[in-house]
Design a protein around this ligand. Sequence first.
Ligand code: AMP
Length: 211
Amino acid sequence: MDIVLMGAPGAGKGTQASRLESVLGFKHISTGDVLRAEIASGSELGQQIAQVIDGGDLISDEMMVSILKNVVSGTDKSIIFDGFPRTVAQAEMLNKMLTQLGRKLGKAIEIALPEEEAVKRLSSRKQCKLPGGEVKQIGPDFTLADCQAQGGKIFTRPDDTPEHIRHRFAVYHQQTEPVIRFYRSTGLYAEVNGNAEPQQVFEELLAVLKK
Ligand code: AMP
């Protein structure tokens, strides 16, 4: 059973999806990470993607789905989609893709968080680039001290500046909030309160998944 994890930028989707991956053995697919890996590969496609991401806009639905297809078809584990779908067209394409691959979406869970809290989190968040190139977000599961101990470099994501954060929220309201309404209408929707300690959010997620 695959799962879609939804929520505004900064709601904690990445943190919670990583925990679900380690505890329940899901495959965590963050489309943001998939795109950043394409950029890091130095490909021409990566250069095109970088321009869009750094400005806080969405890459096209067709390009996103074609990149994602390769990742999805490479696993037989249950998947947690983090950061996808971000438009109703992507949600429809996801249904088609999963059916073609003989997979099934079991739940679409929103981590709900007031916008001012999400903006506060994004404005102060930091990343760590490890010597091997892997990027981890600094937080309770990977602290500044962990980063320093492993020889990592601390940096701010180019799209986490105040101006880009504002723009990403505008994009979220306009293009991604309709996805929540889409899943409400399918009966797959569930909501957890994201305005709590990560462990509490995680326990709420586990409870939703048991239902
Ligand atoms: P994230 O790491 O989820 O915050 O994503 C970072 C950026 O990657 C977004 O602001 C978009 O530019 C791009 N991106 C991630 N997922 C998608 C998607 N499903 N569709 C289009 N663009 C995406």
